[in-house]
Design a binder for this molecule. Structure first.
Ligand code: GRF
Length: 217
């Protein structure tokens, strides 16, 4: 069973998607710890409801970013975490943190990266006028939302879309591609060569998700 740690800052709907797919037996992983940098994150309520251990680690309680990150890394290590999942974690992790978990930190971002990295990706997409957007699960490196891509899902952008409607359309796919990626790690099928990530044995070439989902229809 793959041991994962999930880092959150807010609502936690992606955390919930992982919890649900583990409880449904689709993802063979166990959430060893959820760490929130925000004591008010709704994600914490989800942990309580599902008996998942959590800790709040607030940046303001540390003198430096380095100490803050070392604290998070030490909690994850104590719990034996093998894969770190950023699910709406609103902080940029430095190389110091990443070296503790080389190629084992993943993030979900609500755009087709490299388009619209950083905050408010859905708003950026609407303002730019693109006709497709989507979401990406990628390996985290020192760039902001720019690491090697594992999987992407594409959605159309409609003339009447607002930030809310586009976010909702994208979110439905976030909730599938993130648990799916955790399962690929659990199955040890992720191969990384520089910027190129291949999921061994996956089906490539279909829409709207490439490579294709396996644990969801
Ligand atoms: C999602 O849109 C995710 O892509 C982005 O932050 C948001 C988090 O939502 N990184 P939630 O907290 O998982 O509901």
């Amino acid at each position: 069973m793959l041991k994962i740690g999930v880092l959150v800052s807010g609502r936690g709907s992606n955390l919930q998607a992982i919890i649900d797919s583990i409880e449904a037996g689709k993802v063979k992983a166990s959430i060893e710890i959820v760490i929130s940098d925000n004591p008010k994150a709704y994600a914490i309520e989800r942990c309580k409801k599902h008996n998942i251990p959590y800790e709040v680690v607030e940046r303001k309680n540390f003198k430096s970013k380095r100490e803050f990150e070392e604290k998070i890394a030490s909690i994850l290590k104590e719990r034996g975490v093998e894969l770190v999942v950023l699910a709406g974690f609103m902080r940029i992790l430095s190389e110091n943190f990443l070296k503790h978990f080389p190629n084992k930190v993943i993030n979900i971002h609500p755009s087709l990266i490299p388009a619209f990295q950083g905050l408010n990706a859905q708003k950026q997409a609407l303002e730019f006028g693109v006709k497709f957007s989507g979401c990406t699960v990628h390996i985290v490196d020192e760039s902001v939302d720019g690491g090697p891509v594992i999987v992407q899902a594409v959605v159309p952008v409609l003339p009447e879309d607002t930030e809310e409607t586009l976010s909702e359309r994208i979110l439905r796919w976030e909730h599938k591609i993130l648990p799916q990626t955790v399962q690929w790690f659990a199955e040890d099928r992720i191969r990384i060569k520089g910027r190129k990530v291949i999921v061994e044995g996956a089906r490539y070439g279909e829409l709207p998700v490439n490579p294709a989902l396996e644990i969801f229809k």
